[in-house]
Design a protein around this ligand. Structure first.
Ligand code: FMN
Length: 196
């Protein structure tokens, strides 16, 4: 009763949404990815820095190169998913800040002149955006399979550069046969929430 979001949407985004381990062959189109991005780009980040960058791995040749860097248990599903995305944090996001945060364009120099400060902020805020992206995939009626089981340094060298830190690889598509493991329990309210 306290949630204003339509119950069907609550189920689609959370209660019935699962992490998929198998997928059908149905392609994920550019239009779907565009619609997902155009929705989740509004998720908040500090100073509106939006450091998430997304590399869509579409060609068979690139997919093969990526699979080699995945943990053994993640290889088959990464090879078979209709679409795979590499999510990374742009540690040079500050270059866009004056345009992205016009209310305080000096933020670029005041807070982010040091690389270490940028890496710290980019990691945190890109991770937030990765979560928005996963929920956006669900909003498109698709399932996500996020993975951190990979050789990140290998992924970075193969697909990115020194200014980008890979965060996770996400398989995307319609869930296939036996797509999920049994649902694991979640912590209950009283285990997580304290009030002071
Ligand atoms: C950041 C992140 C990294 C994950 N890495 C892996 C992985 O490397 N391999 C894997 O099989 N599952 C991975 N998972 C899947 C989680 O185990 C799964 O999302 C969680 O158990 C909840 O499953 P459910 O959505 O089906 O309830 C990852 C999930 C997240 C969000």
């Amino acid at each position: 009763m306290s949630l204003v979001l339509d119950p069907a949407a609550q189920d689609l985004l959370f209660r019935e949404a699962r992490t998929a381990n198998t997928f059908t062959d149905e392609p994920v189109t550019e239009e779907q990815v565009q619609a997902i991005y155009d929705l989740v780009k509004y998720g908040p980040t500090a100073f509106n820095q939006t450091p998430l960058r997304i590399t869509l791995v579409r060609s068979a040749e690139a997919r093969e190169r990526l699979v080699q860097h995945m943990a053994e248990g993640n290889q088959a599903k990464t090879a078979a998913a209709p679409l795979v995305a590499i999510l990374s944090a742009d540690n040079e996001f500050h270059e866009e800040l004056p345009a992205l945060f016009p209310a305080f364009p000096q933020a670029k120099d005041v807070f982010f002149s040091e690389r270490a400060a940028r890496e710290n902020a980019a990691g945190m805020n890109a991770a937030l955006q990765a979560a928005y992206f996963i929920v956006g995939i669900r909003a498109a009626g698709l399932a996500a399979g996020p993975m951190t089981g990979c050789d990140f340094e290998g992924v970075r060298k193969e697909f990115l550069d020194d200014d980008h830190t890979p965060l996770m690889v996400v398989n995307i598509g319609k869930p296939g046969a036996d797509a999920w493991y049994p649902r694991s329990p979640r912590l209950e309210y009283d285990q997580v929430i304290t009030t002071v």
